[in-house]
Design a protein around this ligand. Structure first.
Ligand SMILES: Cc1ncc(C[n+]2csc(CCOP(=O)(O)OP(=O)(O)O)c2C)c(N)n1
Ligand SMILES: [Mg+2]
Length: 437
């Protein structure tokens, strides 16, 4: 059934193909109603009043597309009868499962190592959000780019940066993917086109937009055979930052090959998304800028993957950006220094029952894509890989002291660098007060 209650798509870029067909054929596709959005009751209440307001105003433009959880559920039901209807093949299922297990187990190991004093500074774990990283990044080509936040270890792993390099980076060792100079919040790998984790929120969004501009420029100006796509990952709290809006505008204006992936885990440290955002349905900001906006259940890797396929495909075909809001949840505190006492235990318990790894495992087993033994073998392989990664990081050398100021372009002492290349403050005349500055 078409989404009859949905405000009509009028102008602007068309939604992606299957979303379009989902609209035509799927009774569960609808303009986001309160029932299919988020878990908590208070949230639904607020969303309900928001929705009423929206429908009375009507929609100005563009591709307003919401994917409720049932879109994929429906396909799933059909799929049990015939293999060809499955959302994934056995091989794909195993790749997704392995990547999610790697992400979860890596972060658990990371917590252990942090509490043993092996790493310093803030460390933000990704537990609970794996379906987003895996659902999106496992669709990418090596040349495609990923830009992350400070919650970046798992994005780097999904993109293929070896676990030993990520672990070593966390230990601050020379064998880390940034030679130990970046640490937890700055995973970067030129080889894998991971363009960085960023400690300042929103900071990565313009970098991602720039990367997407580069791809378009190569294709259209240099006539290179280039269909690369960039994914920008960031959180719900970050969507209240101006850089987000500026980049949506630019990306839509120039039809850049980028997907803005919001990992809405409902919290920005201890600030609830509902208390900080005038309209909590982030996906709606896409159509406001003339690009499709999609909401997807971010605890279900198969749903994320379906949406990601469309959005990445759209970008690759040169049809422009998409904003995807993945509703997810982090299973741990904001960082390893956060005792996580602010969030309601009932909310945490609700999302614990929606563990994305357990959900994928169930799908794989119920559809006979693999056996328990196959999955166990993957878990064992990952355990071994992580043991090896820790050993590697442990045994690797720390960087030389001289590396500290390498690649630092600002004058770390704050008084400027003289024409002789030396810090002005080291000039004896500086302290005498007679130096030319
Ligand atoms: C520009 C800037 N302002 C404030 C902060 C402090 N800060 C660190 S994390 C964070 C919350 C971000 O929340 P969200 O975007 O939802 O990401 P999540 O941590 O939930 O993944 C804030 C405000 C920062 N890092 N950068
Ligand atoms: Mg958040």
């Amino acid at each position: 059934m078409a989404c009859s209650a949905t405000p009509k798509i009028v102008h602007g870029p068309l939604p992606t193909n299957s979303l379009r067909s989902a609209e035509k054929s799927d009774s569960s596709c609808k303009f986001m109603g309160p029932s299919s959005f988020f878990g908590s009751k208070s949230l639904n209440k607020k969303l309900f009043s928001v929705n009423k307001a929206v429908s009375s105003v009507g929609h100005r433009s563009a591709a307003v597309v919401a994917v409720s959880s049932d879109v994929v559920k429906e396909k799933k039901l059909k799929s049990s009868s015939s293999l060809s209807n499955l959302l994934i093949t056995r091989e794909e299922g195993l790749v997704l499962y392995e990547d999610m297990i790697l992400g979860r187990a890596f972060e658990d190991m990371c917590a252990q190592m942090y509490y043993r004093g092996k790493m310093f500074g803030f460390v933000h774990l990704y537990n609970g959000q794996e379906a987003v990283s895996t659902g999106f990044i496992k669709l990418l080509k090596k040349e495609d780019c990923v830009v992350s936040t400070y919650r970046d270890h798992v994005h780097a792993l999904s993109k293929g940066v070896p676990a030993r390099q990520v672990m070593s980076e966390l230990f601050g060792k020379t064998t880390g993917c940034c030679r130990g100079q970046g640490g937890s919040m700055h995973m970067f790998s030129k080889e894998h086109n991971v363009l960085g984790g960023f400690a300042f929120i929103g900071e990565g969004i313009p970098v991602a937009t720039g990367a997407a501009f580069t791809s378009k420029y190569k294709r259209e100006v240099f006539k290179e055979d280039c269909d690369e796509v960039t994914l920008a990952f960031f959180g719900d709290g970050t969507c209240n930052n101006g850089q987000f809006f500026e980049c949506l505008n630019m990306a839509a204006l120039w039809k850049l090959p980028i997907v803005f992936v919001v990992e809405n885990n409902l919290w920005a440290i201890g600030m609830s998304h509902l208390r900080s955002t005038s309209d909590p349905e982030i996906w709606k900001k896409g159509p406001a800028f003339g690009m499709p906006g999609v909401h997807v259940d971010g605890m279900d890797v198969l749903k994320v993957r379906e949406v990601a396929k469309e959005a990445v495909g759209r970008a690759r075909r040169g049809e422009g950006p998409t904003l995807v809001e993945c509703e997810t949840y982090r299973f741990r505190g904001h960082s390893l220094a956060d005792p996580d006492e602010l969030r309601d235990p009932a909310e945490k318990a609700h999302y614990a029952t929606r563990d994305p790894i357990a959900a994928l495992k169930k799908y794989i087993l119920e559809n006979n894509l693999a056996s328990e033994a196959d999955l166990k073998a993957i878990e064992k392989k990952i355990d071994e890989e992580l043991e090896e990664a820790v050993e590697f990081a442990e045994e690797s050398p720390v960087p030389a002291r001289s590396q500290l100021l390498e690649n630092v372009f600002a004058d770390p002492k704050g008084f400027g660098i003289g024409p002789d290349g030396r810090y002005r403050c080291e000039d004896p005349k500086f302290t005498e007060g007679t130096a030319q500055v």
